[in-house]
Design a protein around this ligand. Structure first.
Ligand SMILES: [Zn+2]
Length: 494
């Protein structure tokens, strides 16, 4: 049978990972909004905490800002004026489309990055693209702002934040004091952002409400090549796709220090940000062979950005997906907020006032959840398996009595309680044959099963089954925590 996105999505629904579009019971929901079910929510937390720990290890501190900010903030950041997507409408039935996504959907090999609206219109007519539902003609491309507007109090115009980054920048002076007036320093936020996407149709890849995990490094321009953590990252070998190679050529694997040497990357602090993002992907359990860093073309990135790369993961169904953006934002943000707020955001650097630069690492959390699920989905002859990396799996171990008599069920519940007490996400299941229960656990991505049989009652030993190889070991109950720790770290041979 052919693998398809619909089959994956239906498994994720059935197993309690992703539900929607939400609210499902009201006319099938609104596109771009999803619920994470019970297992999806635990997986989400595992993803978020892995990113959190990595940022923290690199010296970044976490903060939490409001989701709603007054109009002025978004005028300063440029979102109110320029944060737009290219929109076209069907002149006959009124269906709306995001032009670049529509072109790519029909012609996956077309280049759409950095096109002007006029060039979009030319492409639409050259490729003879019509309305997908009624074949009607499409109108000229117009900009559509992606901010969601709201009102605070009776009449204060405000917007839901379209990114966490802007809200992070506003407290720069507070960080400066917190970090005892010493740059560089890093701050990150993990929280919701909202974008009024035009007709999103790609499940968790393109949603209107999502979580970001964005880290911001505040650094003086002159210090970008004096970065303490550089030694840790300089030998990382990354699959880099500079814009010059995108015109003709292929991505090239090189170490970060080579990339600096041949001017593919501009400085060590920025190169280290690519390294941090890469390390996070490995810690999440992603296959490095499906990753690449793609540099933005100069006309594709924001006018103030000195450099921009997307960390992309190759999806079987959607092609290359951006999961993280790494940006050198120059001193643009703090300058803008100085200007619009009237507050001086410059600080002392070698006896003179200076506005620091900002380097940003921006992950989308739900996208990572989707990519992990897609990467894990596997169909074998007799079973469907969700091969989630064991350390990311929501439920770590399923406890199964062979039969529900002779006291085996009671013993199994004792083992479940023991494991929960030892801080393992354990679950008890006695419904159906043992084979069916194994299949059910495999489909839900549970990496290990423990079976209680008659021998357990005699010698307090159980079988420990590995999801991926289906092999089993006989283990004493008292030793289970130790064995599970090893198994979750991938250090146990079955
Ligand atoms: Zn139409």
């Amino acid at each position: 049978m052919k693998r398809s996105y619909d089959k994956l999505a239906s498994l994720f629904k059935r197993k309690g990972y992703v539900w929607g579009p939400s609210p499902e019971i009201y006319e099938g929901g609104v596109s771009g909004f999803y619920d994470l079910g019970p297992l999806g929510t635990i997986l989400w937390h595992n993803v978020a905490n892995t990113i959190r720990m990595n940022y923290f290890e690199e010296g970044f501190y976490e903060i939490t800002s409001p989701l709603i900010m007054p109009k002025k903030v978004w005028e300063a950041s440029g979102h109110l004026g320029g944060f737009t997507d290219p929109l076209t409408k069907c002149a006959k039935c009124g269906a709306v489309y995001r032009v670049d996504k529509l072109i790519l959907e029909l012609f996956p090999n077309e280049k759409v990055e950095g096109l002007t609206y006029k060039e979009y219109d030319e492409k639409i007519s050259k490729l003879k693209i019509k309305c997908l539902s009624c074949k009607g003609p499409l109108t000229n491309t117009v900009p559509q702002n992606m901010m969601l507007k709201t009102t605070v109090g009776l009449n204060t115009e405000a917007y839901l934040r379209p990114e966490t980054a802007t809200t992070t920048y506003l407290q720069f002076k507070r960080y400066y004091e917190f970090f005892r007036r010493k740059l560089p320093f890093g701050v990150f936020q993990l929280g919701k952002a909202f974008r009024n996407e035009i007709s999103p149709r790609q499940g968790l890849i393109r949603t209107r409400e999502f979580n970001q995990a964005e880290a911001q490094l505040f650094i003086f321009k002159k210090d970008k090549n004096k970065w303490d953590a550089w030694n840790k990252f300089k030998d990382f070998k990354l699959n880099l796709y500079p814009y010059k190679l995108q015109e003709k050529g292929k991505p090239k694997v090189m170490s970060l220090s080579e990339a600096i040497k041949n001017k593919c990357l501009q400085n060590k602090a920025y190169a280290s940000c690519l390294g941090i993002a890469y390390k996070i992907m490995l810690d999440l359990g992603f296959d490095p062979k499906k990753l690449r860093f793609r540099q933005h073309f100069p006309n594709e990135r924001a006018f103030y950005a000195l450099d921009a790369w997307d960390l992309e993961w190759r999806s079987e169904f959607f092609g290359w997906i951006e999961v993280c953006g790494i940006h050198d934002r120059s001193d643009y943000d703090l300058k803008q907020h100085s200007k619009y707020s009237g507050q001086d955001l410059s600080v002392q650097a070698n006896g003179k006032k200076e506005i620091p630069h900002i380097l940003e690492i921006a992950f989308g959390v739900e996208r990572l959840v989707y990519c992990l699920l897609e990467q894990s989905y596997d169909e074998e002859d007799k079973r469907t398996v969700l091969r989630l990396p064991p350390h990311m799996a929501p439920v770590k171990v399923m406890v199964l009595p062979l039969v529900t008599k002779d006291g085996l069920d009671k013993k199994a519940k004792e083992v479940e309680a023991f494991l929960l007490d030892e801080d393992f996400y354990a679950e008890y299941d006695d419904t159906g044959s043992i084979g069916r229960r194994y299949r059910r656990a495999d489909e839900a991505g549970v990496p290990f099963c423990i079976t209680i049989d008659h021998q357990t009652l005699e010698d307090d030993s159980v079988t420990l089954r590995d999801r991926d190889s289906m092999k089993q070991l006989r283990v004493d109950i008292s030793e289970l925590p130790e064995f599970l720790d090893m198994a979750l770290a991938g250090e146990l041979d079955f």
